[in-house]
Design a protein around this ligand. Structure first.
Ligand SMILES: [Zn+2]
Length: 420
């Protein structure tokens, strides 16, 4: 898997200060990168700025791996130029030292529950979950020098909203400058050395994803309050509501502006799926979250990912993609309508594709009676669900079918028909 660069999304009002929020330095810590994603989709900043790196180690996230090129959070002291992640590290360092950035919050999922003294195997000083980490109490010459006080106040905000008492947060001062050789290589200490007020929040890996995200969002809110950043949240903060945001059945992924697929409910494999003839990492992937991606595997399959979740596996057929076709006309339940390429079209009873000059339509799972043409043009026929072969549907409920449009040998895009 090649190294992927990360995205930076800026929520700005123009007033200082600026918080840099970073998720996903480790690809198997979904609490952090789901929190940044939900933050981006559901918070509005009213005063101050928040720059967000939703997922720093995207190539490892797509493989559900902590770090396919070793631990990325140990690469901030010295790093040879030959390291595969050298450019990514240089990029994030340049963002950290950017003069506009005043403070950094780094999100992690850690094991167990940190406690200053030994309680049991799950709760002790060697555990990393449920704590707020600083490298030192005070950072002279920085915009927010009282790191310890800010962490204390953030912790008390979190602890006012605990789901269970045993989730209680504690402060962990690693006193890095006094000889913590491991932490000296970490992102937050690089920030501290550059006079940037830096904090890390650890959500416990013992908790469900929505509970981890819940505590990360509390930490983000607590830090924003300490820095004087004002915000508005679009939902009532609770693990249940976060669960619904993460598992929203309406989430789609978009591929090269020609294809849109739902993330949930797909069959485990989709065959002869059109993808462009170019490297997988250069395929444009967008959609309703910052965690979407395509991940190639050794067996030629392409995994469609949403964070650490697998949406489906594609057995691709590669085409040159054509972007000339913008919309198509389809008669849906008796009424002719225009649809953009990439649309997901709800149909009650029947649909019929209106013929297009220069393009042909192929409904995957429908064969024109008495027509075995290799390159069918399935237009002008009214089609109902029982005329489609269910094994070609893309979803487990066998209600969604692909219509693919071609111009000669070129793939011009797809729409989906979703029968009710
Ligand atoms: Zn981590």
């Amino acid at each position: 898997m090649p190294v992927l660069d990360f995205e930076v999304v800026k929520k700005e009002t123009g007033n200082s200060p600026t918080l840099l929020l970073i998720g996903g330095i480790q690809g198997d810590e979904p609490g952090g990168f789901n929190a940044t994603n939900i933050f981006l989709k559901n918070y509005q900043i009213l005063k101050g700025n928040v720059w967000v790196v939703p997922v720093l180690n995207k190539h490892s996230m797509l493989l559900n791996h902590r770090g396919i090129y070793e631990d990325m959070n140990r690469k901030f002291a010295a790093l040879p130029k030959t390291d595969p992640e050298y450019d990514v590290i240089e990029h994030i360092k340049s963002l950290i030292v950017n003069p506009e950035v005043d403070a950094i919050l780094h999100l992690h999922d850690g094991s167990g529950f940190y406690r200053p003294t030994y309680v049991n195997a799950n709760m002790n000083p060697d555990r990393w979950g449920a704590c707020s980490i600083i490298d030192q109490e005070y950072l002279a010459d920085s915009k927010f020098p009282n790191l310890g006080v800010i962490a204390d106040n953030t912790i008390s905000y979190i602890n006012k909203h605990l789901i269970k008492p045993e989730h209680k947060y504690h402060k962990r001062d690693t006193k890095t400058a006094k000889g913590d050789i491991e932490m000296e290589k970490a992102l937050t200490f690089f920030a501290v050395k550059n006079k940037k007020s830096a904090f890390a929040n650890e959500a416990s890996k013992n908790l469900s994803l929505e509970e981890r995200v819940y505590y990360h969002l509390l930490a983000i809110e607590g830090i924003m309050q300490e820095l004087g950043i004002q915000y508005e949240r679009k939902f009532k903060l609770s693990p249940q509501n976060i669960y619904h945001l993460i598992n929203d059945a309406k989430l789609n992924i978009e591929i090269e502006d020609n294809i849109r697929l739902p993330i949930y409910g797909l069959k485990s494999e989709l065959n002869f799926f059109p993808l462009p003839k170019k490297s997988i990492q250069s395929i444009k992937v967008t959609g309703d979250s910052y965690l979407m991606g395509l991940s190639p595997r050794d067996n030629q399959q392409i995994f469609v990912k949403y964070g650490n979740k697998l949406a489906t596996k594609l057995n691709p057929q590669y085409f040159d993609f054509d972007h000339s076709l913008k919309q198509v006309k389809i008669k849906v339940d008796g009424k002719i309508q225009e649809f953009k390429i990439g649309s997901i079209i709800d149909v009650k009873k029947s649909f019929e594709i209106i013929p297009l000059e220069d393009y042909r339509a192929n409904i995957i799972g429908f064969v024109l009676p008495k027509d075995n043409a290799k390159k069918p043009n399935e237009v002008g026929v009214e089609i109902t669900l029982n005329m489609c072969q269910s094994r070609f549907s893309i979803d487990k409920k066998e209600k969604i079918y692909r219509i693919e449009f071609y111009k000669g040998e070129l793939f011009s895009g797809m729409v989906l028909i979703r029968f009710q």
